[in-house]
Design a protein around this ligand. Structure first.
Ligand code: HEM
Length: 218
């Protein structure tokens, strides 16, 4: 039997056999909507933006997705198809830096570049710095999915955070973006209306025009 999110939350039990109250089920659903809605919308928007600005990358992605369509009998893309979209799933969100920071609690005194960081301090991980640092990524401002042919050095790619608190929706977000890119790349040409729009960084990085795109059927 397939269980959905609501079933899962209603059935889950901790080690003592205690389940969630109705209020906790609701709170979890609200948290997932809050955490998953804008983030995925922004990641999809930035993926379209970078692909539209880099036609050679878009063409490679389109070829991969057309390849999947050729072998298909029906109209629906399956999870097996998605698993073959290796290029499409390469990370488009390092440069978008949707989650600019993550929070951490220092559980053991540490030293970094001569600074002592005491236990129990709360620290901010500046993800944008990690992702745009040339020590971590060669030519960091270049949108080049082929860079992921080699894995990033440990700890340098934190778009979904990391460790035990890594984004709970990261697989879902990747799947949603891959599906969107699949349908848009095989069905449509797209073109940025304002390719040189100014980028603003607060509250979230976004071109000032909100990424206006013209779509036309292929
Ligand atoms: C591209 C889209 C997304 C990005 C960039 C993103 C990014 C992040 C980041 C950076 C964190 C903090 C992780 C850490 O502290 O190590 C996080 C946590 C979280 N995200 Fe996402 N997220 C995305 C989509 C989603 C979706 C679709 C959902 C759920 C439907 C979701 C649910 C959560 C939850 C529940 C947490 C808290 C995890 C915990 O503290 O244990 N996110 N996300």
């Amino acid at each position: 039997m397939n269980i959905d999110l609501m079933d899962g939350l209603m059935q889950i039990k901790d080690d003592m056999g205690k389940g969630l109250s109705d209020q906790e089920v609701l709170d979890n659903i609200v948290s997932l909507v809050v955490a998953g809605y804008t983030s995925t919308a922004m990641a999809s928007t930035w993926a379209l933006y970078f692909l539209a600005k880099n036609p050679n990358v878009l063409e490679k992605l389109r070829e991969e997705n057309m390849g999947i369509c050729k072998n298909k009998k029906g109209n629906f893309i399956t999870s097996e198809d998605v698993s073959q979209l290796k290029y499409t799933k390469k990370k488009t969100i390092r440069m978008a830096n949707i989650a600019g920071i993550t929070f951490r609690l220092v559980i053991k005194e540490a030293e970094h570049k001569g600074y002592k960081i005491p236990k129990d301090w709360k620290v901010i991980v500046w993800n944008r710095y990690l992702h745009t640092n040339p020590e971590n990524f060669n030519d960091p401002m270049c949108f080049n999915p082929d860079r992921w042919n080699e894995p990033a050095s440990p700890g340098t790619y934190q778009a979904f955070g990391g460790g035990s608190r890594i984004c709970a929706g990261n697989m879902l977000a990747r799947l949603q973006i891959a599906l969107l890119l699949h349908h848009l790349s095989v069905g449509y040409k797209w073109e940025l209306v304002n390719p040189d729009a100014e980028i603003i960084y607060l509250p979230h990085p976004m071109p000032l025009d909100g990424v206006e795109v013209k779509f036309s059927q292929i």
